[in-house]
Design a protein around this ligand. Sequence first.
Ligand code: BES
Ligand code: ZN
Ligand code: ZN
Length: 499
Amino acid sequence: MFTVKNNVDLQQKTEILVVGIFNQNQQTQGLMAEIDEALGHELLTFIKEGDIAVKAKQVSKLHTFGKLGAKRLFFVGLGKKEKLTEQDLKESFGLLFKAVQQAKLQEVSIALETFLTDNLDTYDAAHALSEAWPLATYKFEDYKKKSNEPEKQLEHVIVYADGDEKELQAALTVGYTYGKATNSARTLVNLPGNMLTATDLANYAAELAERYHFELEILEKEDMEKLGMGALLAVNKGSVEPPKMIVLKHQGKEQWDDVIGLVGKGITFDTGGYSLKPKDGIVGMKTDMAGAASVLGAMEIIGELKPEQNVVAVIPSTDNMINGEALKPDDVITSMSGKTIEVLNTDAEGRLALADAVTYAKHHGANYLVDVATLTGGVIIALGMHTTGAMTNNEEWFEQVREASMEEGEPMWQLPIFEKDKERVRGSKVADLNNSPGREGHAIMGGAFIGEFAEDTPWVHLDIAGTSEAKANHALGPEGATGVMVRTLATLVERFEAK
Ligand code: BES
Ligand code: ZN
Ligand code: ZN
């Protein structure tokens, strides 16, 4: 997959050599000077004439006419050196791999040293590169008769880089694992509701458990009844598909303490229930288990890298359907926590499922909680499609989550939960809580509701209704599921410090 070599050999016969090129006069230094010389000192002319773009996010191809060992050079434009962030670098590599894929190349060589800046060292660049490869070239195998014929794929990347070979290989493996696991999550999200039921999701988790030796627990409907999980059961009432509460445990420490609970909304299809979604709003609701996919993707990374941390993943899963037995507006239900809930809107089902999941995560010893959910359309109105909405009851814990998200280039922005907001979810005349206090600030209402079940346990709620899907092809993936928060959650676990 990756071969690390310490010195670039410009005479080495190969199809493609990739170099990064900044928007400045570094063309006369180091490797670039050697390339320039081999090309008859025409590099600057090529840049001036526009044959090689030095602007960020541009890839130019140049035939070497036998002047170098490589048949072609791929120049990855990087813009101004001092401005290049790790995310820019990842996206630049993403565009490179898309170009490589389009050219149906099976092998490329990359001169990593040409991508480095004062802030980004060889290992950062190796991580960015190896993560970008699977992300950028991801494709969901569709169901068209003619497609999915095996195409030539990139199989081998030769990385020329200075540095410790073992450490470089490790950075490359970690990055690649992060990218691959994100793609696994994308595939789960892209699967239609008839092909990914709660049972399928549970089977998928069971496969992960077997592969990575996680402890596995799948609660069936009868188990949930015994435990009093009235909130998740309520969502499932209108369905012919059995619900599942999926639990995976990774014990990375001797003692089961300082446990991180990762909770993911696993609604495999959301019709809205009797508060039925309009015909346009219902299309696409197969993605309502993206939170569950993020958690399972993160567990894949955790399984591969085995951090010395304790993690419990909890996924409440069902579809949200209608039949004669289905949950109705005005119904009052009792959650596992004992808190009663007046259901004003059956389309606010995610928070019901998560209520019992959060309680159950605490039951399994979670001391720190993160829930990830496609919870509200409101978060899209508030923050758009590129920013995850975050809410918390503990600023220090949120800071750890936010730092992980910044490291991974998955932006989030905090929305407040003030006392007045809590009062609104507690404002039912007949029950402890109501699941839908109205449209005003409704992303916050979703968070505030789940917060009632986190209680005093440090907790962060991530509303990914906008960020779990890309409307168009982008540098690090195609249109469709993004796998957002897989990498943030995994990084959070890797970097976690108990406070
Ligand atoms: N799954 C939806 C949220 C959603 C909307 C995800 C659009 C992705 C794209 C959620 O269950 C829902 O329906 N939320 C309601 C909440 C409301 C009834 C309080 C919403 O956002 O309208
Ligand atoms: Zn809904
Ligand atoms: Zn939903």
